[in-house]
Design a protein around this ligand. Sequence first.
Ligand SMILES: [Fe+2]
Length: 347
Amino acid sequence: MAISDLALIEAWKDVLTLSKLTAGEQVCLLVSDDSNPQLVATVRTAVGQLGGVLTILHLPPLNGDVALSRDKSGYVGHTALKGNRAALEAMKHSDLVIDTMLLLFSPEQDEILKTGARMLLACEPPEVMLRMKPTLDDARRAGNAAARLAKAKTLTVTSKAGTDFRCSIGQYPVLKQQGFVDTRGGWDHWPSCFVATWPDEGTCEGTIVIDTGDILLPFKRYAREPIRIGIEGGWIRSIEGGFEAEYLRSYMESFNDPDAYAMAHVGWGLHKRAHWTTLGLYDREAGLSMDARSFWGNFLWSSGPNTEAGGTRNTPCHMDIPLRGCSLSLDGEPMTIDGKVIPEDQK
Ligand SMILES: [Fe+2]
């Protein structure tokens, strides 16, 4: 369903107010040729009404000739900022950067954040943004989960489908996504609500079973049969099953990059207005599928880059795979059981 400009302007004002935008702050709006025009138009009005000093930076598209899809997360790591010092300096001198083109996973994003600029990624369809508009209650749940994750030493996941996975954690920072960004040098994503971290190097072991109905991103498809992922020493060593496994293997092989097989972020979804079903109702090119990444109680695991966590793996191949029905524990304490969030302070 279409969303009125007025509704989206009001939503932007709510999210920018949660993001502590104040009059006179320097706001850089980053757009590219595939940015959503309604998001761009409405945020301009909202920033203006809140007194922000706006600069719009329009960068040319990149990677269209090497990516295998139009999904913004389908080819990551190398952005239009590479070699563009003028654009990079503009963002480094901003208080708030609103990213509608997806700089995530790029070394340049890290460089911008280190200056103290805060960044908000926003590139889902307007009606999804509105349905999943962040609240302080989302931030409370994500904050409580992140605090537990920051203290934990081991993360384990099991499922009735056969997942039996474990890793040590603590080497890399916690990733908390709550939908708005209210801290200096912080990064966040509207719409989202989940927590994750990156496993300690070399410690991932076991099996992850992607069951029928689980979601593969950026394929934006529900698995139609199980896929067994064998993991040793932090790396994916085998991908077994039928057609689904063959497709995943071939896709990953096409990048010809050993780093594609590294285990990346692991965590769980906490968004109560995100739905497992939404993916089946949308055109694949409509957005990033943040419903899938953040629905309440999922186990979201991923492969490939770790530049977002301060690491050096900058591979463009990044799979995000949210699973249903998993039981995830930190140091033996359940965070989810059979896909349901357990701690009261995350409900
Ligand atoms: Fe990811």
